[in-house]
Ligand binder design. Sequence first.
Ligand code: NI
Length: 249
Amino acid sequence: MRESRFLAKESGLVHRVRGGKPCKSGFLCRGVGSRDLAAVAETRAQRHILPMAILKIARMGHPVLSRIAQPVADPTAPEIRALVVDMVQTMIDANGAGLAAPQVYVPLRVVIFQAPPERAPEGMDEEESYDHTAALTVLINPEIERLGDAMEEGWEGCLSVPGLRGLVPRHSEIIYRGLGLDGEMIERRAKGFHARVVQHECDHLDGILYPQRMSDLGNLIFESEVRARIEAEAESQAEAENREQAADA
Ligand code: NI
């Protein structure tokens, strides 16, 4: 882990995002055991590129987002590593939690994501929160196994659907498998936001955007309205509870 942090620091990947500004992602800066981050940093050093390559992001309606992406033949190929370097930089620049290759016009089965501890439910101990978190992860040719029928709803956004948020049902618990940039298998159990971000990103590889997963399009709203919506819901719930208490009295 120390080595990966060193490489990342040496290459400037995590500490300078554009024009020497500090990186927005404190989570990534900690470089939690990420061998892929080390690989990304190494590639960047090899390329001798100072400015970051921020890629253009495809928006809903572009055909690249509705196609089935192709499996990657060799996850260790230099061009895949170079693609991932640019995807990581693009995701950080856009302040996203995940990104799939088709979103940057590359129809290959490659996703990156992170599930930082801040997104895990509050009050969990370290062991409980383990399945809820993931350091920056590169997953190539991923597969998802759904554990049980339990679903939960949560608000999602997507860099390809800018400005909007939707309430999307997802499987609460999954196991995912895929290859890292070193060609080694990654297998993890995921819950909550961690499970959600992986399902969202893997859907991109099958040409599916989150609005297609929604059960009620009345819950597709502008980002600026999410807070008001959540507050209104909390208020009406409190009112209902008050009424119940009054009825009991
Ligand atoms: Ni997305």
